[in-house]
Design a protein around this ligand. Structure first.
Ligand SMILES: Cc1cc2nc3c(=O)[nH]c(=O)nc-3n(C[C@H](O)[C@H](O)[C@H](O)COP(=O)(O)OP(=O)(O)OC[C@H]3O[C@@H](n4cnc5c(N)ncnc54)[C@H](O)[C@@H]3O)c2cc1C
Length: 392
């Protein structure tokens, strides 16, 4: 047992994944003292399809200085392709080519690179293998499993879907959170095991309720997974993955596949309490239609850091600023993705079939733009300067 205090920081960031690393990097680049605490050591494993869209590459460019034209293995990227296929109930909806490529990150390498960039700032410290057990939002005191403590003028909860920081906040509604959790089950399959075109991003709608199956190409392997709203599926997700293997003609066994939760429509509109602010999965910031969470993790990390920076400079309240930034940009998108998703997932197949095929025939370009972030869910309109590229 230790009763060590690690001191006081401008911000203690709990979790060094994409959300936490982005927040810490943005704060470090503005000269603030930051401590990142992560229960794992980087590089560490993270179950994820790794699909990264254009809006994220823009963020990587402005926050980390990574040029989107040269993203490659040294940045944790496995593959990129503009090709995609969407299938519904056994028929092809769209075999398309997007104006911009889809990137596929190996989360082990990608997260390690982001973490490395964050701790490269002189003012950013990190403790790895440091599990947080409790946060007192009113004092900013963070307690660790080894009984040590650290204090932050602000505490950033970036500790993922099972967030301890979130669970420490007063008034958090666990039941509502559980209602909108998706489960995703995924595994790697060697490329040679598959008798389909493995150079496209493949999406299969129609056999997981309120969710879908995916095949994401990597250099030497494919990421194959299924995911959907937990309460809408009675079969286990391993059973659904086995069925998906059969559909794809893949001779593989889902018993070794792993499953993790994805927040899927349970975003928190006020993810703050006193000195604590939640970012990324901890706040449920995932597109409720596609399950894309990497962008929202990094975007909320960026906005949270911006709020803390302004607050430290002006004496304003960082949580209040952060909430206003979220209201301006992130929350409307998450709200609308949740509102629109019954079109894709709800109701009987016979009703959805014409909608999905109309989308494939007439609206695929708009959809590609929505995914890449050059079009917003809000007003479904295209803006010259999409919010994704600017700070408030
Ligand atoms: C199977 C699957 C497939 C997915 N596919 C995609 C995809 O293709 N594209 C996409 O955009 N999104 C995808 N997602 C979602 C995406 O993975 C998440 O939205 C994203 O990782 C969120 O980032 P984060 O930084 O908020 O959390 P995380 O990446 O989960 O990072 C949280 C960090 O906090 C640390 N931590 C946790 N608890 C503690 C604690 N108590 N103390 C200290 N540290 C702690 C963890 O070790 C971890 O490093 C997928 C998710 C799943 C499960």
């Amino acid at each position: 047992m230790s009763d060590t205090s690690h001191g006081t920081y401008d911000a203690v960031v709990v979790g060094g994944g994409p959300a936490g690393a982005t927040a810490a990097h943005a704060l470090g680049s503005r000269g603030h003292d930051v401590l990142i605490l992560d229960k794992s050591s980087f590089p560490r494993k993270k179950l994820c399809g790794g699909l990264v869209t254009w809006k994220t590459t823009q963020l990587l460019e402005r926050e980390f200085g990574w040029n989107h034209e040269s993203l490659g293995p040294e940045d944790g990227f496995e593959y990129s392709t503009p090709e995609y296929e969407v299938h519904f109930d056994g028929s092809t909806v769209k075999n398309g080519r997007s104006e911009r490529p889809y990137y596929f990150a190996d989360r082990r390498g990608y997260d390690a690179k982001l973490f490395e960039a964050a701790v490269s700032h002189e003012t950013v410290d990190a403790l790895e293998g440091a599990a947080v057990t409790d946060v007192d939002a009113s004092t900013g005191v963070v307690s660790l499993a080894d009984s040590s403590v650290v204090e932050g003028r602000y505490v950033v909860g970036a500790d993922g879907a099972h967030s301890v920081v979130r669970n420490s906040l007063p008034g958090f509604d666990r039941e509502a959170w559980g209602d909108n959790l998706a489960i995703a089950t995924e595994t790697f399959v060697p490329r040679e095991a598959v008798d389909i075109d493995p150079d496209s991003l493949l999406v299969h709608l129609g056999f997981v309720n309120w969710g879908y199956g995916w095949v994401f190409p990597n250099r030497d392997r494919l990421v194959v997974g299924v995911g959907g709203l937990n309460r809408k599926n009675t079969d286990s997700f391993r059973t659904l993955l086995d069925r998906y293997f059969d559909r794809l003609g893949i001779d593989a066994d889902a018993s070794s596949a792993e499953s993790r939760p994805i927040p899927f429509g349970n975003y928190l509109t006020e993810p703050t309490a006193d000195r604590a602010m939640l970012v990324g999965d901890a706040a449920g910031f995932v597109d409720a239609m596609s399950g894309e969470g990497i962008f929202y993790a990094q975007r909320s990390g960026e906005l949270c850091a911006h709020a803390i920076d302004r607050a430290l400079g002006t004496g304003k309240s960082a949580p209040r600023l952060y909430t206003s930034y979220l209201d301006e940009s992130v929350i409307p998108e998450l709200r609308l993705s949740k509102l629109l998703r019954p079109l894709l997932w709800g109701g009987p197949s016979a009703l959805r079939r014409p909608i999905i095929h109309t989308w494939g025939a007439a609206l695929h370009r708009q959809w590609e733009e929505l995914v890449h972030g050059t079009r917003l869910y809000r007003f479904l309109r295209k803006r010259g300067d999409p919010y994704h590229t600017t700070l408030p």
